[in-house]
Design a protein around this ligand. Structure first.
Ligand SMILES: [Zn+2]
Ligand SMILES: [Zn+2]
Length: 336
């Protein structure tokens, strides 16, 4: 029965309903976790509701290499050589299980995988802020950098991707993933980045939510109130016991001077910002056990330097909030 269902799901590719009897929550798979430098492992996560079969991609720095790694690690138990045929398992996940993309901002380490794989993709929506969608249209899908696989912009429109720029702060439907989203702006060293609050809507049931942050600096360094506004939204989600978790960046270990941050966070800056969230989420202890996935660590090419280990140590040592920090590697799967 289950096997037949997945076979049908993969073959049909569209119009999939809910999985019967599945429990509530989200599943996240890391397709890429780093913030630059190595092109095979750049920021990209897949998320789906436990009640759905299809995923939404949260950024798309490395897509196909991440799917391969996740298949190796057993993170797609629903896909087999048999039910993927005539596609490869990698192709079946890419073409049929990813139903659309949210792009937090238009830096290459967040969309290179999508651009490179676009000639083999199926028709899908791409969601982002007006700024991100404009950059995609004008500077990537323009027949100079890459053929125009979108449905707007210059020259012939190949139409694989439907570009969507929903208004910030307004709820919209994330296509066939069965999820809803709301985009909030973030300040990222002069670039407009964004946070997506994903929620699974069910009739007569409490909504569950999950927050995905694109690159962001701390409010003080950015001279911004964007994170403060995001914390107010998430504080409410926590008070209503809806927030299942979040993904947020920590690019550098402590000690980087402000002028070298380029709109990013360190462990000390993230912990400071999470204290602000704690305040609006109900005060001391309100973040206990909250699952926070750390993304976008920047690898070092210096022998003996291990920024990942440093960042993990510094976050754990400063964790007076009782947050549950999670350090996913490429291909890992995690339930929320
Ligand atoms: Zn980045
Ligand atoms: Zn960036």
């Amino acid at each position: 029965m289950a096997k037949a269902f997945w076979k049908a799901a993969l073959l049909l590719g569209a119009g999939l309903g809910a999985v019967p009897g599945a429990s509530a929550g989200f599943k996240v798979i890391a397709l890429g976790v780093n913030g630059g430098v190595e092109e095979g492992n750049l920021t990209s996560y897949l998320i789906r509701s436990d009640s759905q079969t299809r995923y939404l991609a949260l950024d798309a720095g490395s897509v196909l290499p991440g799917i391969s790694k996740a298949l190796e690690k057993g993170s797609f138990p629903e896909v087999t050589v048999q039910n993927a045929a005539p596609l490869t398992p990698q192709g079946a996940v890419f073409r049929n299980l990813i139903s659309g993309y949210f792009i937090s901002h238009a830096h290459l380490d967040h969309l290179a995988g999508l651009i490179i794989a676009s000639p083999q993709d199926t028709k899908k929506p791409i969601y982002g802020s007006a700024d991100t969608i404009d950059t995609l249209r004008q500077h990537y899908f323009n027949w100079r950098v890459w053929p125009n696989f979108s449905d707007s912009g210059s020259g012939q429109r190949l139409g694989t991707y439907r570009l969507n720029a929903p208004r910030p702060g307004q709820r919209f439907s994330l296509g066939l993933s069965g999820l809803d989203g709301v985009i909030y702006p973030l300040s990222h060293g002069g670039v407009t980045s964004s946070m997506l609050l994903v929620s699974s809507a069910k009739e007569n049931q409490q909504l569950e939510s999950f927050a995905y942050f694109g690159d962001t600096g701390a409010d003080k360094q950015e001279k911004s109130r964007d994170l403060n506004a995001a914390w107010r939204v998430l504080g409410d989600e926590i008070k209503q016991q809806r927030l299942k978790g979040m993904i947020i960046e920590t690019s550098y270990a402590n000690g980087m001077s402000d002028s070298q941050l380029f709109g990013h966070l360190t462990p000390a800056l993230l912990l400071g910002e999470l204290k602000n969230l704690e305040q609006v989420a109900g005060g001391a202890g309100s973040l206990k056990g909250l699952k926070v996935v750390i993304s976008h660590m920047k690898p070092s090419l210096t022998a003996g330097d291990d920024p990942r280990a440093k960042i993990i140590r510094q976050l754990e040592q400063g964790n007076s909030l009782g947050v549950n920090f999670i350090f996913m590697q490429q291909g890992d799967s995690q339930d929320f």
